[in-house]
Write a protein that binds this ligand. Structure first.
Ligand code: NCD
Length: 306
């Protein structure tokens, strides 16, 4: 039963619960009109303490397409946060007006703390460099869309694996499926955090670390490209040195599998050349659309309207 639950961490839901969200998402895609009023009278609040385009708009579009309404802020400076209100008080207050809240916050762990005070379901829409579970729902649904399975896959994650929260959540989520191997492609300085590597080792997951994409691209079923997370660097010089470490182009794709699925949470900066967009292996714009549908499925489940 997902009604009334929160989503803070990608492992908050069982595999069966995830499957039920994906099943509903597929039904919504196939028969959107049947769902256009199921959230009538319900309100979603989006509290975004950090910039966003896709995540916030996709939550809002999802709620509007379900017939619900939306309130919120995209700039904490325009709310009482600027007067020094605590997160707990903001959530208590907004939870008195809204039926469900999606929150993005720069502090890692803010939503874990937030659920203690939030009277309605709270969805973590990204907490600092930590986790981003609804992007993961999007990613898993897109992998299913491309490969029709979530097991027996070799998944390459490339770019900023240190600060990229979408990668952290994806690794946690995909390590729960059988026979999934990871190839982690990054400069030494941007490797995944130790806590995550320890977790993967504890679970006996096969992980290969590699600096050159060309050395491993031929064995991948999924290539998850990421942006170097400029806003999380402590110094500009390091960012400038590392920002163009990987640029995927058609030349690099020469050795890739015919059915490779290239994903990217977006926004892209330089890491995928525009020439790749028309390749049938590019799934990232379909992934954007899937992100809205999967959030429709999630909202419907947490509100208990389906
Ligand atoms: C990602 C994020 O915010 O972590 N974007 C998104 O939600 N689609 C990735 C990023 O900002 O690089």
């Amino acid at each position: 039963m997902l009604k009334g639950r929160n989503l803070v961490d990608p492992e908050d839901f069982t595999l069966e619960e995830l499957e039920s969200i994906f099943k509903l998402t597929q039904e919504i895609i196939e028969n959107e009109e049947d769902f256009s009023d199921i959230c009538h009278g319900k309100i979603l609040a989006t509290l975004f303490y950090e910039p966003s385009t896709r995540t916030r708009f996709s939550f809002e579009a999802a709620m509007l397409r379900l017939g619900g309404q939306v309130i919120g802020f995209s700039e904490p400076g325009s709310s009482s946060v600027a007067k020094g209100e605590s997160l707990a008080d903001t959530l208590r207050t907004v939870g008195a007006y809204a039926d469900i809240i999606a929150m993005r916050h720069p502090n890692e762990g803010a939503p874990i703390h937030g659920v203690e005070y939030c009277p309605v379901p709270l969805i973590n829409a990204g907490d600092g460099g930590h986790q981003h579970p609804t992007q993961t729902l999007t990613d898993l649904f897109t992998i299913l869309d491309a490969h029709k399975r979530l097991n027996n896959l070799t998944i390459g994650c490339c770019g900023d694996l240190k600060f990229g929260r979408t990668v952290h959540s994806l690794l946690k989520a995909m390590s729960r499926y059988e026979n999934v191997d990871f190839v982690l492609i990054s400069p030494h300085e941007l490797q995944i955090p130790d806590y995550l590597m320890d977790e993967l080792k504890r679970k006996n997951i096969k992980v290969q670390e590699e600096e050159r994409l060309e050395n491993v691209i031929d064995k991948l079923d999924v290539l998850y490209m990421t942006r170097v997370q400029k806003e999380r660097f402590f110094n500009e010089a390091d960012y400038v040195r590392l920002k163009d470490s990987y640029i995927l182009d058609l030349e690099k794709l020469k050795d890739a599998k015919e059915n490779l699925a290239i994903l990217h949470p977006l926004p892209r900066v330089n890491e995928i050349k525009i020439e790749v967009d028309d390749d049938k292996r590019a799934w990232y714009f379909r992934q954007v659309k899937n992100g809205m549908y999967v959030r429709m499925g999630l909202i419907a489940k947490l509100l208990g309207v389906r």
